[in-house]
Design a protein around this ligand. Structure first.
Ligand code: FMN
Length: 384
């Protein structure tokens, strides 16, 4: 969730302006540098190739920035990826499908980073099986590292540090051309079915659907509270918990200090902070210039991992071409309140019987987005 500067300035009125304008020193210090440090320390100081590759993999996109990865390095030459089951999203992701997609993004990034230093990765998904209902203690994957002399680096790796999930409004005067759309969609690879459109009437239908699905999520108390509980408001909260939904920057922090943007006001669904949060989303959805989606044959855990791997590649390709990508998952989720949107999305995106819609996002040209926070790699190692 991102709050735009304009909206907030308007809502906070003169008090916020005065505080912010008068507080140059305050403004300069509000960057949560520690929380974004993992973006600047990739690959540094590691002799173990697994750690070196992992320092990139932790930058993977993942739902609500929960960073559910946990890594066991006890076996030489391989690693075992687990899911930290304390980092699930039980309301909006009841079967942990999206969490697994995020772990797929992680594995693809790990593969690319290993390739970069001359290692091939042999990924064995769910070596002890899995349940479609929910994740348990069994591993997500084992990954063996093999040194390889003539391995080809992946050109998309150059985009890893620039990649973002861009939650800003896009420029509605700048189209995403057919050629661009095709190039981005082609990056998904052959393990998934990818769809994309820039057709004005179809984009309009998807703008509307994604907004209505978002509105349902925001008006469904349990689903909304799952987000509120993960909001980190201001630098101190972001540094203390570099995950979840970061509401940082001097403007938001000023509103927080004025008591206008607090966990309590956000949790109160009659408050103006809540209403402004709601109002802020519609223009985001309405500025989509194209949409892209990923469908899989069936909905196995392995298919979900493949969807994540494909999404990461699409996100990197879009980055390479200067196109912003914003995932919009609400209509694809599996809790009862969003069911009508789920059915509509299947129809609109022409999902065939037996196919499952895994990811949907909007594309366009947007302002530069900041790096999102990350826990340091060390904290994600099992037993560390
Ligand atoms: C499976 C999945 C679902 C996501 N769904 C949404 C979404 O509905 N809305 C949104 O703003 N971001 C969504 N995201 C993006 C995450 O919020 C984002 O990856 C995370 O905050 C980290 O930020 P980054 O991708 O810029 O590094 C999703 C990401 C994944 C992998």
């Amino acid at each position: 969730m991102s709050f735009t500067r304009r909206k907030l300035l308007k809502s906070a009125g003169a008090a916020a302006l005065v505080l912010t304008a008068g507080g140059g020193a305050f403004v300069m210090t509000r960057n949560p540098a520690q929380a974004t440090a993992p973006w600047r320390s990739t690959g540094q100081g590691y002799t173990d190739p697994r750690l070196r590759a992992l320092s990139y993999a932790i930058l993977a996109p993942n739902p609500h920035n929960r960073q559910p990865w946990l890594i066991d390095l006890r076996q030489d030459g391989e690693l075992t990826l687990y899911c930290d089951n304390g980092r699930l999203l039980p309301v909006t992701d009841p079967h942990n499908r999206q969490i697994v997609i995020g772990l797929g993004c992680f594995l693809e990034l790990l593969r690319m980073a290993a390739t970069e230093i001359g290692f091939q990765t042999e990924i064995l998904p769910f070596p002890r099986g899995s349940s479609p209902d929910g994740l348990d203690d069994r591993p997500i994957a084992t990954v063996r590292f093999h040194r390889s002399e003539n391995i080809q680096p992946d050109a998309l790796f150059q985009q890893v540090l620039k990649r973002r999930s861009n939650k800003e409004p896009f420029d509605t005067t700048q189209p995403v051309t057919n050629t661009l759309l095709r190039t981005i969609a082609d990056a998904a690879g052959g393990q998934v079915i990818v769809g994309a459109t820039n057709d004005a009437s179809r984009v309009e239908l998807l703008r509307d659907l994604t907004w209505r699905a978002m509105e349902t999520e925001l008006r469904t108390r349990d689903a909304y509270m799952e987000s509120v509980d993960l909001m980190r408001i201001g630098k101190a909260e972001i540094e203390a918990n570099p995950d979840g939904i970061d509401l940082g920057g001097p403007f938001l922090e000023t509103l927080n200090k004025l008591g206008l943007l607090t966990h309590e006001s956000l949790a109160d669904m009659t408050s103006s902070a809540y209403q402004q949060g709601l109002d802020m989303f519609k223009p985001l959805m309405a500025s989509a210039m194209a949409h892209i989606w990923i469908t899989t044959k069936g909905n196995s855990r392995t298919a979900q991992l493949e969807a994540g791997r494909a999404w990461l590649r699409v996100n990197l390709k879009a980055t390479e071409r200067g196109v912003a990508l914003h995932p919009l998952s609400q209509a694809l989720q599996e809790y009862p309140e969003v069911r009508p949107h789920f059915d509509e999305a299947r129809l609109l995106l022409k999902a065939q019987p037996g196919q499952h819609l895994q990811m949907l996002g909007r594309l366009g040209f947007g302002p530069k987005a900041n790096e999102s926070p990350r826990w340091p790699l060390k904290s994600r190692l099992k037993g560390a």
